[in-house]
Write a protein that binds this ligand. Sequence first.
Ligand code: SF4
Ligand code: SF4
Length: 92
Amino acid sequence: MKDGWLRRRIVWYLKRQEVLQAHKRREGSCRRCGACCSGCPFHDDKARACKVYRMRPDICRMFPLTPHDIRNVKTCGFRFKKDEDDQEEGFD
Ligand code: SF4
Ligand code: SF4
């Protein structure tokens, strides 16, 4: 997803603790919908697969990093359990 590309990198490299905290509440599994890969040169749109899957970077393996990443992604198989501090159900 091109729109979140820069934001995700800022979160990943500068707010790693935020990611690790969010992952404690993450549940589900990848459905291989490809929504987090659109626009990536390594994504095979026809096969709906990553061409470098075994070597994909950690930032890809960790998607969604935080609830924000899937706020508008209905097809993602991951969800975040509600946190006591959350204002909205299930999201930051
Ligand atoms: S490297 Fe692979 S997993 Fe990462 S965004 Fe590209 S296609 Fe997706
Ligand atoms: S958006 Fe979610 S389900 Fe779809 S490929 Fe990415 S991690 Fe997997």
